[in-house]
Design a binder for this molecule. Structure first.
Ligand code: ZN
Length: 160
């Protein structure tokens, strides 16, 4: 199958039947991610147990690329360690910049179908929205954990 055709097929499939777009309870981490240039707006949810992503889903609205990319990302990272998910995120970002090695692309599975986005600058922010949101979410979680008490940290009154 031609790359372009594959790209369209996979995009359609994840839009018509998103496996991970749903409303659910019990998230241990949630974060809203917005791409104002297109109007994409998603909330990403993860259940994390012992550093492993045991479940994940998203809600929201947006263009086909943003929704399909978030769905594919969840396909890929559920069941993996947070660090591993971040490593895959780095590969995805490299792919979008057009600098990922072919061997690394194979690790992205279906998400590799989005590699032509690197030639469509207007779609880049749509494609990376889910990944960017995940990265930010994990970074935030790490910061709170470092202080032991997220409430104190949020107030800026550490150690009281
Ligand atoms: Zn978009």
């Amino acid at each position: 199958m031609e790359t372009k055709e594959l790209y369209r097929e996979i995009l359609n499939e994840h839009n018509l039947n998103p496996a991970h777009k749903k409303d659910a309870d019990g998230a241990t981490l949630s974060l809203n991610g917005v791409n104002p240039s297109c109007g994409d707006n998603i909330t990403l949810n993860f259940k994390i147990d012992n550093g492993i992503i045991t479940d994940g889903w998203f809600t929201g609205t947006g263009c086909a690329v943003s929704q399909a990319s978030a769905d594919m990302m969840l396909d890929l990272v559920i069941g993996k360690k947070q660090d591993e998910a971040l490593r895959l995120g780095d590969i995805f970002m490299d792919m979008i910049k057009g600098t990922a090695a072919p061997a690394a692309l194979a690790e992205l599975d279906e998400a590799a179908a989005l590699q032509d986005i690197s030639k469509m600058p207007a779609r880049v922010k749509c494609a990376v929205l889910g990944w960017r949101t995940m990265k930010e979410m994990f970074a935030n979680a790490k910061t709170s954990a470092a202080f032991g008490n997220p409430h104190c940290e949020a107030d800026g009154k550490i150690g009281h």
